[in-house]
Design a protein around this ligand. Structure first.
Ligand SMILES: C=C(O[C@H]1C=CC=C(C(=O)O)[C@@H]1O)C(=O)O
Length: 383
């Protein structure tokens, strides 16, 4: 642990050197962690057996970047997460949405969504997630200031600032876990459905959204059952999960992974998730690649700790050896889907937003949903 002021001093110096780094805080944690790459080499992931912090794009064919553990300095410091109550200030955000009329963008997005609905009605696939990006002019483009705003505002999200000379600056506050692996246990989640958070977690969900989230859960469970080295799969009941100014329906899924050799296959099974791609995966993916008129790049990709060594102090259970402790060293993987994110470029932020389309979707409502989701990022860009 180091002092917060010392950390930001080190970060400022590292930024001057234009070397890769990442600063992040896991959901609900008070500790901000970071990796500062020591060299200027561009490291790529080959088979997920590497150790470090991974930053992967939506398109699984494109390069995934790595800040390698063995080539980095690790720093961490205490940065207490804002209380859940603070997240309630987001309630006000709905009334402060800037309805500058982006009529052209609205038309393009509604046409895209309508194409998606038509294809679903023609039974080409069941669900597709369609997205767009929006440029926001920054009054102050300092990525460290934006990171601090994200850390203050989003206690329950995975908050990060990533920099790599090849990708530039990316920031985000995502609610979606792709995969957590500790020893031989893994966790993932099925996320779908969106409504504005209005200060109450005990909300009603429309049957359309309950049904959509159930499809997502069933699909993930089915895919996991077919995956190599995966056993003992369990799922919780669905519950409402808060994500900034929004609520989603979430089911936690867990299981046993027999060997870390099967990690790559498990990630391939899960990415891209039905929360960012659709069902069935391959058909929805082809529709997205053909019809979205921009490149998602790292939006709806994944990022996080890959095979990072962690020390667990545990009490020995053996009789007559009370209070004896031993330290177990294991590898930890904690990956998140890159949602509610933005890229900084030339004094602007490009904010990325999307939504799940099913046969019952309405194009105008889907446009409004992306407007609401964009607020998660825009709220940290204002003075
Ligand atoms: C694709 C996004 O959100 C996903 C995650 C949760 C709920 C979603 C929805 O209700 O459509 C989306 O699937 C995004 O924020 O860009």
């Amino acid at each position: 642990m180091i002092e917060q002021v010392d950390f930001f001093q080190k970060l400022n110096n590292h930024v001057q050197d234009q070397k890769a780094f990442v600063v992040y805080r896991k959901p609900g944690s008070n500790t901000v962690k970071s990796l500062f790459q020591k060299d200027t080499v561009s490291h790529k992931v080959s088979d997920l057996s590497e150790s470090g912090f991974v930053f992967a794009p939506f398109n699984a064919e494109a390069d995934s970047y790595l800040i390698p553990a063995e080539n980095s300095n690790f720093f961490e410091f205490e940065y207490p997460a804002a209380s859940v109550l603070d997240d309630r200030s987001n309630e006000k955000m709905s009334s402060t949405i800037d309805f500058e009329f982006m009529e052209k963008d609205q038309k393009i997005h509604e046409n895209l969504v309508q194409e998606g609905i038509n294809s679903i009605k023609e039974e080409k696939f069941q669900k597709v997630v369609l997205s767009r990006s929006e440029r926001v002019q920054l009054y102050d483009p300092d990525p460290i200031r934006i990171l601090k705003n994200l850390l203050n505002k989003y206690a329950q999200a995975f908050v990060y600032l990533w920099f790599h000379p090849d990708t530039g600056y990316w920031l985000g506050a995502t609610p979606e876990t792709l995969l957590n692996v500790e020893r031989n246990r893994f966790k993932t989640m099925a996320l779908a459905g969106t409504q504005m958070f209005k200060g109450n977690m005990d909300v009603e969900w429309e049957p359309k959204e309950v049904e959509e989230q159930k499809f997502v859960t069933d699909y993930i469970l089915e895919s996991l059952q077919k995956a190599k080295g995966v056993e003992n799969i369990n799922a919780t009941n669905p519950y409402s999960a808060m994500a900034g100014n929004l609520l989603h329906i979430c089911t936690d899924i867990s299981g046993r992974l027999n060997s870390l050799d099967d990690l790559e296959e498990l990630v391939k099974t899960l990415h891209p998730t039905p929360a960012v791609c659709g069902l069935p995966k391959e058909k929805a993916l082809q529709f997205i690649l053909k019809n979205e008129d921009y490149s998602r790049e790292f939006y709806s990709g994944y990022l996080g700790e890959l095979n990072i060594k962690s020390e667990n102090k545990r009490n020995s259970n053996r009789r007559n050896q009370e209070n004896q402790q031993f330290t177990a060293i294991s590898k930890q993987t904690d990956l998140f889907v890159n949602l509610r994110c933005m890229k900084l470029k030339d004094g602007n932020a490009r904010v990325y937003i999307g939504g799940g389309i099913t046969k019952d979707s309405n194009a105008a409502d889907e446009w409004m949903e992306t407007v609401n989701k964009a607020q998660t990022m825009k709220a940290v860009l204002v003075k």
